[in-house]
Ligand binder design. Structure first.
Ligand code: ASP
Length: 440
């Protein structure tokens, strides 16, 4: 059994957190490959080391004063090293970093040092070999991740060691060595890439929550944890804003059928959420998750006999394409077609788009409706189960929420409802109540 374990910034924010991580790793011999993030926030007012590095670099590379921030960063590591009683000194590393910053080596290099240094500390603490991610994770000149080259190099390299610490978030340009990073939160991606390279049995992603929650805890009090979720369900919920894991972290492990387990460093006894390709396990509830977003608008187009007009939809969509606006949903009726869009993307072009639609298809009317929220009710358990929609809409009716739009994908994996922005929270609570509270 081989596991890859990734620890997020809050799990490594100070020596106390490092000790918890050490205990977790030592508790299971199969936790062989460790991916650390940079030290995160120690409390609500604190700043992540990655953000300090960006600030420090921006100052140093433009000739402004930077020493104070650099010292602040160094202190973060020294505190960890002292707290863990390690015989390690990073002075030499910091001297190199300072030199490179002043030279203006690049923001990606700057940000990557958070993970790099934390990797050195972690390797020393665990007694594992350290592998610099710049030597095994590759990008092209444009900063796109090179999956094939990385997988070849990484799997060869990892054959030579039984355990290793590989810092998250960065790699380098292939055959050029210049450091590049993934987008923010990218250590999740590194973990997934390493799991793929060693054909891990499991990719554990340790963070500060006990997994994905059925609904947003800012809206629903104490929501249940999702025990098992499929990649497809996760994608639907992530699209609607539920975020624990970087979206790009799914692909490498998914292509190898490796499950991801989201775990809580502060509550290692919790099982967390297991993310899988497919499962026979019965879901705990009919609905796996409820997520949503505000800030949508709808363009309602009406034209008598629209249904028999060939090419109508294409001509309408071409207008949106012309202005570079992507649409989110497109429910339609016999003589009506509605296009749901992000309001902020659409506002600047609205009059041009309306005029364009008039020119393209001569509709009877085009009406705009703003300030809508979309809510996705997602669950593999809904499939082939009767009465779900009935319960959903009855619950919304009882809560006095007016449903403006309904969209159910043919996969039966999700139902999307559109409501007014101001009904958003009430609607989510009503849906949670009917599917979760009444089922427990
Ligand atoms: N330290 C990086 C960030 O804050 C990457 C990570 O934590 O995954 O975005």
């Amino acid at each position: 059994m081989k596991k890859v374990v990734k620890f997020g910034g809050s799990s490594l924010a100070n020596a106390r957190q490092f000790k918890k991580v050490g205990e977790i790793i030592r508790a299971d011999k199969s936790r062989k490959y460790v991916i650390p993030s940079a030290p995160g926030k120690r409390n609500g007012k604190d700043t992540k080391v990655t953000d300090l590095l960006y600030q420090c670099y921006d100052a140093a590379s433009t000739g402004a004063s930077y020493k104070k921030i650099l010292n602040q960063i160094k202190e973060r590591y020294d505190d960890i090293i002292d707290g863990l009683k390690l015989n390690l000194n990073l002075d030499h590393e910091f001297a190199t970093i300072e030199e490179n910053f002043v030279k203006g080596i690049g923001r990606d290099y700057a940000a990557s040092r958070g993970e790099y240094l934390n990797g050195i500390v972690m390797a020393e603490y665990l007694g594992f070999p350290f592998i610099d991610a710049a030597e095994v994770i590759f990008f092209d000149e444009e900063g796109n991740f090179l999956a094939k080259e990385t997988n070849e190099e990484l799997s060869e390299r990892l054959k030579t060691v039984d355990t290793a610490v590989i810092p998250g978030f960065y790699g380098s340009v292939y055959h050029n060595g210049m450091v590049r990073t993934f987008s923010r939160g990218g250590s999740d991606i590194t973990g997934s890439i390493v799991a793929r390279a060693i054909h891990a049995d499991l990719y554990e992603n340790w963070t500060d929550v006990s997994g994905f929650l059925v609904a947003d805890p800012r809206i629903v009090e104490n929501p249940a944890v999702i025990e098992t979720i499929t990649y497809k369900e996760l994608r639907e919920l992530a699209y609607m804003g539920a975020s624990v894991l970087h979206e790009d972290a799914i692909f490498p492990v998914r292509s190898e059928g490796i499950p991801i387990n989201i775990r809580n460093t502060n509550k290692p006894e919790d099982k967390g959420t297991l993310i899988v390709e497919s499962t026979c396990r019965k879901p705990r509830f009919l609905v796996t998750g409820i997520a949503g977003k505000k800030g949508f608008c709808v363009v309602n187009i009406e034209k008598a006999m629209m249904n028999s007009e060939i090419g109508f939809g294409r001509k309408v969509l071409a207008v949106f394409e012309k202005y570079g606006i992507s649409f989110e949903h497109m429910p339609s009726g016999v003589d009506t077609m509605s296009i749901v869009l992000h309001q902020s993307e659409f506002e600047d072009y609205e009059q041009s788009v309306v005029a364009g639609i008039h020119r393209a298809v001569s509709p009877d009317s085009v009406e705009l409706e703003s300030d809508l929220a979309l809510i996705a009710v997602v669950g593999r358990g809904m499939k082939a189960n009767r009465g779900i929609a009935g319960r959903l809409f009855a619950a919304l009716g009882h809560a006095r929420v007016n449903v403006k739009m309904i969209d159910q994908g043919s996969s039966e994996l999700n139902i999307i409802v559109g409501v007014k922005n101001e009904d958003f929270e009430t609607a989510i609570r009503a849906i949670y109540d009917i599917f979760i509270n009444t089922e427990v």
